[in-house]
Structure formats: C-alpha cells, structure tokens
Design a protein around this ligand. Sequence first.
Ligand SMILES: [Zn+2]
Length: 413
Amino acid sequence: MVIENGRIREFGDYPSLFRKTRELPVRWTHSNQVAVFPGLIDMHAHVAQYPAVARGQTELLPWLRQHIFPMEREFTGPKGRREAGAFFDELARNGTTTAMLYTAVYEDSCEAAFQAAALSGLRIIMGKTMMDVGSYGQAQPTKVVSISLHESERLCKTWHGANDGLIDYAVSPRFAVACSEKMMRGASWLAKQYGAYIQTHLAENIEECEKVRHQFPWAQDYTEVYEKCGLLGPRTVLGHCLHLAQREREVLAETQSRVAHCPTANLFLKSGILALDQMRATGLSIGLGSDVAAGPELNMWRVMRGAIESQKARSFYEKNVAIPTSSEALYLATQGAADALGKGRQIGSFEPGKEADLLVLDYSRLMPYSRVAGTPRVELCPEDILSLCIHRGGPEAVVETFVRGRSVYSSAA
Ligand SMILES: [Zn+2]
C-alpha cells in the first residue's frame, strides 16, 4: 500500500508498486503472517460506562438504574477527565479508528473527552447525553432542557468539524424514556442548526417500548415519537432498533435514518435478536456497535462474531434466516458503517484516494499453539484469515493502528 499525505495512493503487489514509487520511504511489516484491514468502526458506545462492563444479571431498565446511572453520575470533575483520556487509547489498541460515542450528562467531562479524542488522533463522533426525565434518578434543575441544550450547543460549536475534520458532534438525547418532547424537539433544532449528527436509542427492550407507549400516548408507535420530534434523517444513528413493526422500519428507510446494530449488548441484556436480514431488505443502512457497557468489550471482532452467531441462533427457531458470512460481518464494521455515517467515500475500504485508516494485525498470534516453539506454520487463505480474526481476534493481535496514515497505536511502544 502506498500512502501519501494521509491518503491511499495505490494498493497492490510489491514488485509493481515498488517500480513506480522508488522515491518513497518503505516501512516493512516484520512478519509474513500479517494482515491489513480497513480501520474498524464502532457506531455506538458509551465512554462514561466502560468501567461497568459485564455487570449485573438484569435487563435494560433495572440495569441502567442499578449499574449505569450510579457510574455515569460520577463521570465529572477529575475522575471524568482521567477516564476520558484512557478510553481512546483502548479504542486504538482494539484497532478501532472511528467511533460514535455518548458521554454522561455533564459538559465538563464531555469537553475533556473531546480534548482527549483530539489528542488520540482518532476519528470520533461524540456528544453529551441529554435527559430531563428521571435523569440518574436525581431531582432536576427546573431549567434542565434549556441548560442541556445550551451546553450541547457550546460543545457542538467548539467541536463539530474540529481537529481537521476528524471530530464531529452528535446531539445525543438518550432515549424517549428519559426525554421530554420539548427536549427532543430542541435536540432536533440544534442538530439542524449546525449540521451535526443525532444519536439515540430505539426499541432496545420490550419494557422500554411499553414505557414509551405510556409516556407518549399520542404516538402510534415508538418510531413515531422520534419522527414527530424531528429526530429522524440521514445524519441520525439509532442504536438497536430491535422491536420494530414493518411500518417503523419503512419510516426509518424513508427518512434514511441509520442503524447501529449491537449484537453483543443485545445478548448481554437479553434484549432480543435483530432481524438483520429483514432490516437490510427494507433498505436500511446498518453498521455495528459495541454498545459498551451493555456490550462487554470494545473489541469489534467480538461484535462481528456476535452478529454472525446471533443470526445462527435465530435460524434455530425461524425459517430462511440469512446468516452473515465473515466478509459480510467485516463489511458491517467497515464500509457498511462508513456509509451509514456518511463517510463512505472517505473511509471504509482501501480504494485509492480514500484516507488511510487501517490496522495491521499479526494473525499468527490468534492461531492455536502460537506460543509453542517449533509448531509448524499453517498457511491460510484470505477467507480463513478473516474467519480466524472474527472468531478469535482481539487487541493482543493488533500490531499497529493508523488514522489518516498516522500511527495512533503501536504494540511495540
Ligand atoms: Zn447505548
């Protein structure tokens, strides 16, 4: 691969590229069991929740109350600043080059997270979580909507398009259960005003859907709440979208809203299994999300594996389920997600002209007996290498991660 000014100039076999690019410095990868992949994209995770991974046995709403809100409530001041920095190192170590993230409700820790994101050199879309109904189980200031909008606007003004376009702002009303209509309409207005993204959760859990039905009796379904509040559109990423009627899927497709499929989180919180094939057949643009801390790991290989295995599980009780192949799963975590984020022409694959976001991975570290000296080497075809990465891959195999041609993580460092 020839990288020039952060972009992929050419891609091909070594002898023919070498003849054309003698003047360029060459970096060797010092193992011939190395694979290079487009940078992995995580379309949905929560910075403030990461320390709470793998906790609890309950479903979404009690889990939020018992494990998540107490943790997010503390994500401010020095503690919030410290954690925010460490989070981005973890993403890079996992080979994730682009992520769409929520922080907590506080302006200070969100600001600190943006500063850390800029330092990390990663491609980050992020926003301050907005909620004005039962926020962290505490009493609310009376002007919570206007305060939240004002703080979000300040952050959006500073960070949307910052760090040479690597950083974007996402206006982030948590979900309809935690937001008033006024808050959601305000969020929609704000995003339109600045051309920012919108992110929220939709139909993750049955109890959540029932709550929304009670809170918004005027809406025929959950999706209509967001539709009427102006939250749907091509810059909107909706997490989960599990329990939707066909009408709702069609509304999402018509408005070109984007879907973050979070299979590991859906299994962990027993939320359900996405009808992935039906979503794709409706024409929806879909990528994958770790949804840390509902998902236990930032490792996107695990999420790809979850996307495959959950459809295999679905096929035991439903007929004609399309099970994603390894390359389809990789697509969902790279080009598919890039398209869903409106960045498909910039990143997602190794097409010449695109920005060089990639990870270098030593797959010999994922093979059985890799630590036993004298084990004979097994030659693998590309399909086998990809399958090995999806089913056994993780940060221990990542050698180096690059964003726009610049190294953002090296296992040697
Ligand atoms: Zn989430």
